[in-house]
Ligand binder design. Structure first.
Ligand code: IPM
Ligand code: MG
Length: 362
């Protein structure tokens, strides 16, 4: 039976990069390798402008019924002035939560040909391959109570709550240990156990779950040290598992180790491997519509979709190889450009990935 992908281009550069990934889907479909149908929906600022809400009901119900979601990005300065409930970011957070997409996988892999694009010395990052697993539907992002209030004294107070239930911690820990088994079998859990009770509890629960995976080496690290270790010696890590907010921060650090956030894909999975797949970078409104954006993170997100939701490892490998070949040939969008390389735009990058893919498919 045909599987169904919901495509949500979103705002800023979202539509241009997503359309390059859709061309890859079309190529895989017409080669007979993939039986898939596509539907489209709106989410974010443009959705708000059109419908008055950044997450229209129709988008939410389509998102609930599809097999997988391919998403571009949402947000932009134009919508930052809206009340929080109507902002594009809130729509994305609500979608993650409504679909229970608790496991956010953010691989940071350095393509050898991009080692010189990293801000770190190439020997420190060459061969880098880290998987950050970020808890995505709990923690301080969603904890109650939250808000800003004015006390009788006239003093004002802002507050958020860092809360984790044992089952929320154990399910993300299981994901981390299972993924580690397919890699170098090492998990580093990151917390702030020396200060925050919630994350001391996190450490305790991850350790309990780890008891069921004696073949996987478990270590713990405090988040400040982890931030330092990621730029000092990032290759010491295999799988990192951490809370929602620490994962948000650490995944941007690891993204930069690889030379450009424009290269990094992500998957947000529920407990049935249904997922939302999106590039880690945002909407880049400054370059939107100029054929400058790097479509590779979105194409690599599609590869993750093929691997994790459709269980099509062979097709996923092919898409990743096509991207790698294009990079090796020296084609570069502006974000990863350096002297001597060939500077190309979004569409041309898409063309070249398709050419390479076609050769791999034949
Ligand atoms: C991310 C982003 C989001 C987050 C924002 C846009 C809400 O930074 O996916 O990392 O903080 O989760
Ligand atoms: Mg972030």
């Amino acid at each position: 039976m045909a599987k169904n992908i919901l495509v949500i281009p979103g705002d800023g550069i979202g539509p241009e990069i997503v359309s390059q990934a859709v061309r890859v889907i079309d190529a895989l479909s017409s080669s007979g390798g993939l039986d898939v149908s596509l539907e489209y929906a709106d989410l974010g600022g443009e959705a708000y402008d059109r419908t008055g809400h950044p997450l229209p009901d129709s988008t939410l119900s389509m998102a609930k019924s599809c097999d997988a979601i391919l998403f571009g990005a949402a947000g932009g300065p134009k919508w930052d002035v809206l009340p929080r409930a109507l902002r594009p970011e809130t729509a994305l957070l609500r979608l993650r939560r409504e679909l229970d997409l608790f496991a956010n996988l953010r691989p940071a892999i350095l393509f050898p040909a991009l080692a010189s694009s990293s801000s770190l010395k190439s020997e420190i990052v060459a061969g880098l391959d880290i998987m950050i697993i970020r808890e995505l539907t709990g923690g301080i992002y969603f904890g109650e109570p939250r808000g800003v209030e004015t006390l009788d004294s006239g003093r004002r107070r802002g507050f958020n709550t860092l809360v984790y239930y044992d089952d929320e911690i154990s399910r993300i820990a299981h994901v981390a240990f299972k993924i580690a088994r397919q890699r170098a079998s090492r998990v580093c859990s990151i917390d702030k156990a020396n200060v925050l009770e919630t994350t001391e509890f996190w450490r305790e629960v991850v350790t309990e779950v780890g008891g069921g995976y004696p073949d996987v080496e478990l270590s713990h690290m405090l988040v400040d040290n982890a931030a330092m270790q990621l730029v000092r010696n990032p290759k010491q890590f295999d799988v990192i598992v951490t809370t929602n907010m620490f994962g948000d921060i650490l995944s941007d650090i690891s993204a930069m180790l690889t030379g450009s956030i424009g290269m990094l894909p992500s998957a947000s999975l529920d407990s049935n491997q249904k997922g939302l797949y999106e590039p880690v970078h945002g909407t880049a409104p400054d370059i939107a519509g100029q054929d400058m954006a790097n479509p590779l993170a979105t194409i690599l997100s599609l590869a993750m979709l093929l691997r994790y939701t459709f269980l099509e490892d062979g097709l996923a490998d092919m898409v990743e190889q096509a991207v790698e070949r294009v990079i090796e040939r020296g084609l570069r969008t502006p974000d990863i450009y350096f002297e001597g390389a060939e500077k190309v735009g979004t569409k041309r990058m898409g063309d070249e990935v398709l050419n390479e893919l076609q050769q791999l498919l034949n």
